[in-house]
Design a protein around this ligand. Sequence first.
Ligand code: PLP
Length: 400
Amino acid sequence: MQTVTNQFQEAAGKASFIRKMFEKGLELKAKYGEDAVCDFSLGNPDVPPPEAARAVLHQIADDAVKPLGLGYCPNAGIPSVREAMARHLSAQQRTDVSAGDLVMTVGAASALVCFFRATIDEGDEVIVPSPYFVEYGNYCGHFGGVLKPVPTHEDFTLDIPAIASSITPKTRAILINSPNNPTGTIYTRAELEELASLVERTNAARGEGERPLFILSDEPYRAFAYDGAEVPPVLPMTKFAVVLGSFSKTLSMAGERIGYIVVNPELTKLDGGALMSTLILVNRTLGYVNAPVIGQRLAAAICNETVDLAIYKRRRDLMAKVLKDAGIEFIMPRGAFYFFPKVPGGDDAKFVDALLAERILAVPGSGFGRKGHIRLSCSVDETIIARSAEGFKRATEACK
Ligand code: PLP
């Protein structure tokens, strides 16, 4: 007897590769012990949150036992938190953003879901440069949206002519993610300006009566930029820009589920403010009601800090050495904490199995829309990266 919708009956057979590797990892760890497995499959940030979190949480605990200390808050977020976020995002995006231009959300994930709920009708399309974060398809698929992956160039830079020729009257958004999961790419100012100009031209051609094309920038890894790389702000580049992000990675508070969505101030005013009021409405009616209040207050108090990024830089450099020594080809990531190397022999499923035999967990590139690669997440200690070195060499030899 089928208990779920046809959509989810079909999806069950295609469970995420990341999840599968996660479960495989649990199995191996139970069998051989935690330390015997090098798990590069998940992006769960393990670096401790900034020390300043402690005092803030004590203060929140004191306030929590007052009436409504842990009560519902306005659907868009605690007013003082929105004010603090407006200041933070104004500096980050180099745009004068006010509290009314943003909504506090349940991580970047729910910011995406709310945006799609507000803007997608059945059959509408969302373009995403591929490889891409696989959950995007699920997020827009909930509302009948269709994700249209457009391959990047070999070096993971944007192929803007290919994006331009994929736009149809049903395209509602171009969804970008920089610094990128899974490749670690940071798009340059020139690439982003070209994309913004494409969005402007498309909307000018669409005319007043039609629905616009948005540029939707997913930025949970914004703080993770190495070698002096700039992560250019997208919000000021076009009035059709929408930016979202979270504190899951930058403050290592992924389990506390705090994110935000902010729209260009001119967009807030467009169409009688319909986009903002709909985002606030769907934040409520999708069942989130409001972002968790403890996390909102914590994030607002320490949003200008980050975890110790030097730890991630050292991990990146060490992983680069491990891969190089094994003869594995890769593009050095300039941001985030992932590698997306080419697999020896070209067959990603085969290479992932060879790594599994070495008790190394990686995710096949097919799971991100590009075969012949694997994704490695460096959200593990340097000792684990170092320990994986011989296993990578043996797996490479086995697959050449
Ligand atoms: N976007 C990307 C590219 C991600 O990698 C993730 C999580 O790994 C998310 C969004 C969702 O993150 P969160 O909802 O924890 O902010």
